[in-house]
Design a binder for this molecule. Structure first.
Ligand SMILES: C[S@@+](CC[C@H](N)C(=O)[O-])C[C@H]1O[C@@H](n2cnc3c(N)ncnc32)[C@H](O)[C@@H]1O
Length: 250
């Protein structure tokens, strides 16, 4: 998608928390899970957004920093904090996590939820991110990724249009193009109302869990556990998985 960059997603969502079709609602379960790994230490979120997960995690006593590429998103996070400093936001690109967060390392937990990792658009950027995470993690620390398996319908088509919502006052359509060689999807969520249309662009690179595990191995972060959800559900190959990579001690 011409003109897309790391800040585009956030910059086109000035009202992110109110986009019911875009925002996940699993923060309570996610926070329970993540707090168990942070063990009261220090955490770093990649793509922190408006602090949906980082704020409740910080309120459980985990000192939390978030990397965010979009200044507009950081503004929304700061408004939610209302002048508080429970979550420290650092403006930057999490492809370069080591450069952006090295001065605040080491972290006991680094995490990236809700498919945000896929917003790194090339394999090289995704591998660089894993390597950077390995650098900022404390020995014995973990990297938790919540990523969904690529959808079958997407893989078989080079373009698609899906209807996400039909109401009396709005219709939400999802139009996408797909390049199977680069594993890249460019899409627009189109919110259609009588007052006009709004476009929410998104570009991402999908990955199967096996490729993620290889990236972990290359970075010195082997997989330790994988579940199908925050409550320890089994992963069946479809939908979200929660994968835990660890930095060995010594
Ligand atoms: C899908 S939202 C998720 C936000 C939050 N983690 C949540 O779960 O509600 C992805 C966030 O990552 C940010 N982002 C995307 N690419 C980024 C990058 N390369 N570096 C830093 N932040 C990025 C976006 O601006 C956006 O705020």
């Amino acid at each position: 998608m011409k003109g897309w960059n790391a800040a585009t997603f956030g910059d086109t969502m000035p009202d992110y928390d109110h986009q019911d079709w875009a925002v996940a609602t699993d923060e309570a379960e996610a926070t329970d899970f993540l707090a168990g790994f942070a063990k009261g230490g220090r955490a770093l979120e990649l793509g922190v957004g408006t602090g949906r997960v980082a704020i409740p995690l910080a309120r459980r006593g985990v000192r939390t920093t978030g990397i965010e590429a979009s200044a507009a998103m950081v503004g929304q996070l700061e408004r939610k904090l209302g002048g508080g400093d429970e979550v420290r936001a650092v403006l930057g690109d999490f492809a370069d996590v080591a450069a952006v967060a090295r001065s605040q390392a080491p972290f006991d937990l680094v995490y990236c939820v809700h498919n945000t990792f896929l917003l790194l658009l090339t394999q090289e950027e995704q591998v660089r991110c894993f390597r950077g995470v390995a650098e900022v993690l404390a020995p014995g620390g973990v990297f938790v990724l919540q990523v969904s398996a690529p959808r079958a319908y997407l893989l078989s088509e080079r373009q698609s249009v899906h209807t996400l919502d039909v109401g009396l006052d709005r219709t939400v359509l999802l139009a996408a193009t797909h390049d199977p060689v680069s594993q890249r999807v460019d899409r627009q969520q189109v919110v259609m109302t009588e007052a006009g249309n709004r476009l929410y662009p998104l570009a991402y690179r999908y990955v199967f869990h096996a490729e993620l595990d290889l990236m972990g191995a290359l970075a010195g972060l082997p997989l330790s556990r994988r579940w199908g959800g925050w409550r320890g559900e089994p992963f069946t190959g479809a939908g979200f998985h929660v994968s835990v990579y660890h930095k060995p001690v010594g």
